[in-house]
Write a protein that binds this ligand. Structure first.
Ligand SMILES: Nc1ncnc2c1ncn2[C@@H]1O[C@H](COP(=O)(O)OP(=O)(O)O)[C@@H](O)[C@H]1O
Ligand SMILES: [Mg+2]
Length: 583
């Protein structure tokens, strides 16, 4: 059973009252008993002395004279008076008449009588069968002219018991009053105590439940006040600890949120306990929901990593995420050090892997592109050395091939150098306001021979005064590449137009149109890649390197422009570039 503070105070105060009443009662009773008995003793002694004087004055020991005397003095209240002669014979008694006296037994051996005879005064106390109570006897000797004897007075001690009884009653009443008082007072005390304690407990509980943390009222300087003070200090400490933890946590969250890497944490049941912003974006995840990682995303390689990490083994892996856009992810999963669970950090390596592939392909392509002209030169040189040199009619053909392929090698190496310079950022671009028309004019002149051979017309439609913000040399190289391609890939008798038009806020669009074979849609997106050709045989035939459009794209983008190709109806292509018209 649980006893509250109230109950305890009540029990203690009741016990206190009972103890005080019992102890003081026992003591008072003893004192009262002794005191009453002493008083009776004194009164009896006085009475006995008075009777002694009276008996001695009577001058005789005749019962007929002594007994009336005893009857006169003795009464139930002041005491029974008995006069005994020297032989122990009763000669007067307030309780008996003269005729009965002779029948009484000798009182010679009564202790008080014996003591009085021996020492002049005898006191005894003993139980009286006839009265059914304790009696106190006081005896004194007398020695009168009529004879000697003993005067004895006696009184029942029931008076003492009556006094004690009254005392007990008084004590009981006092005890009862005290008890009631104690009950009332303890009820009050415990009520106040438990009320302050209760409100203290309530406030402390409110604090613990994260409610408003306000200092508890310190109502008193006692232990309860001390307790309130302690709780306040505890609350302060708690508050500052919570604040520190919160700051720590928000710092930690800020770090996690600003990371580009996706981070997720899982408990031992594979429920997500933390997901940062990058992870939400990458995996479309959120914390909670009660389902496991496995139920949310189907990437077996990731689950395998997580399971191993939960078994305490860190690991690295790479896998594809098909949705929303296909991505290649590198993940590192490790067990949590101080708790059961795992944390997975994921990088998006899609771009890195793509660049790696491009680089690998590029190296393979370059090797391939270089090998072809080199082996042709080599084969022709060998043929010449093997004897063709002696026959001038065919020697020329072989030497021609050597020269053509050497040119091609030179063009390739030139373009490769160009592209690597642009990519390395060492190609210096000095943008300025450039007049476009004169540049196009120069380009038309430079392709004139080739165009005339193919009966192709090249028309400059760029409006006089068209200005773009560009590096003049780079712009010329761009347009030359586009016009050169158009002339090369357009059939005999075709026509090419270079035109310009404003295209929105501060932008000029330049266009090189032809009515050649055009480029199929599936190639259009890839045509600007290095070494990408629609028809490699034809490209080689016309002396192309497959790098022209890649250089164009690089240069245009280095000048903050855009480049693209559209189809032209009914046939042909339109290569366009947009450039800023002012810095
Ligand atoms: N005006 C055009 N008409 C049709 N096809 C073209 C045109 N310009 C470029 N192409 C195609 O684009 C490819 C890439 O061009 P480019 O990068 O200049 O390389 P190259 O001309 O050296 O082959 C060419 O091989 C050709 O197939
Ligand atoms: Mg080209």
């Amino acid at each position: 059973m649980r006893i509250g503070v109230r109950g305890k105070i009540f029990v203690v105060s009741v016990l206190l009252v009972l103890t005080v009443v019992a102890v003081s009662g026992a003591y008072l009773e003893r004192v009262l008993r002794q005191w009453t008995q002493e008083r009776i003793e004194t009164e009896l002694l006085n009475l006995a002395q008075m009777v002694r004087v009276m008996v001695e004055r009577e001058g005789t020991v005749e019962p007929a004279r002594i007994d009336p005397l005893a009857d006169r003095v003795g009464d139930p209240k002041s005491g029974r008076v008995t006069v005994i002669d020297e032989g122990g014979q009763v000669i007067g008694d307030s309780n008996f008449d003269v005729p009965d006296l002779a029948g009484l037994e000798s009182h010679r051996e009564r202790p008080e009588v014996v003591a009085a005879l021996a020492g002049g005064q005898g006191i005894a106390r003993r139980y009286s069968m006839s009265l059914g109570t304790d009696m106190l006897y006081v005896a004194l000797p007398f020695d009168g002219p009529g004879g000697r004897g003993i005067v004895r007075v006696a009184r029942p001690l029931s008076e003492v018991e009556a006094a004690v009884g009254r005392l007990r009653l008084a004590l009981m009443i006092a005890g009862a009053i005290g008890l009631v008082g104690a009950v009332v007072m303890s009820a009050f005390a415990s009520h106040f105590l438990s009320r302050t304690l209760r409100s203290l407990v309530q406030d402390a509980r409110q604090m613990a439940e994260g409610g408003e943390v306000r200092p508890l009222a310190i109502a008193s300087q006692d232990e309860i006040g001390g307790l309130a003070g302690s709780i306040n200090r505890l609350a302060d400490e708690l508050e500052s600890t919570v604040a520190t933890l919160a700051a720590e946590r928000s710092r930690f969250e800020a770090v996690l949120e600003s990371m580009d890497e996706a981070v997720i944490a899982l408990d031992q049941h594979q429920h997500l306990t933390m997901v940062n912003r990058a992870a939400v974006a990458l995996l479309s995840l959120s914390v909670g929901g009660g389902s496991t990682l496995r139920e949310r995303i189907r990437i077996p390689a990731l689950h395998e990593l997580v399971e191993r990490a939960l078994d305490g083994q860190a690991g690295r892996g790479e896998f594809e995420i098909p949705e929303p856009t296909p991505r290649r992810i590198m993940a590192y999963a490790s067990p949590l050090r101080n708790a059961t669970g795992a944390v997975v950090v994921m990088h998006d390596v899609t771009e890195i892997r793509r660049l790696e592939t491009i680089r690998r392909d590029f190296v393979a392509n370059v090797s391939h592109e270089l090998r072809t002209p080199v082996s042709i030169i080599r084969a022709n040189a060998e043929t010449l050395l093997d004897g063709a040199l002696e026959r001038p009619d065919i020697a020329r053909r072989f030497l021609d091939a050597v020269l053509r392929n050497a040119d091609r090698l030179a063009a390739l190496v030139g373009d490769l150098l160009e592209i690597s310079r642009i990519e390395a950022g060492t190609y210096e671009l000095n943008s300025d306001a450039v007049q476009v028309a004169p540049i196009v004019e120069r380009i038309v002149d430079s392709v004139e021979n080739l165009a005339q051979d193919k009966k192709i017309s090249v028309i400059n439609e760029v409006a006089e005064g068209t200005v773009v913000w560009a590096d003049p040399a780079a712009l010329e190289q761009i347009l030359l590449n586009l016009v050169d391609n158009a002339v090369k890939y357009t059939q005999e008798g075709g026509s090419i137009v270079v035109a310009s038009r404003p295209a929105g806020e501060g932008t000029v669009r330049l266009e090189v149109r032809d009515n050649g074979p055009g480029i199929a849609a599936k190639h259009r997106t890839r045509i600007f890649e290095r070494f990408y050709r629609v028809d490699p045989g034809r490209s080689r035939e016309v002396g192309g390197t497959g790098l022209g459009l890649a250089i164009v794209k690089h240069l245009v983008e280095a000048m903050d422009g855009h480049v693209g190709v559209d189809a032209v109806a009914p046939r042909g292509s339109a290569f366009w570039l947009s450039l800023p018209s002012n810095g």
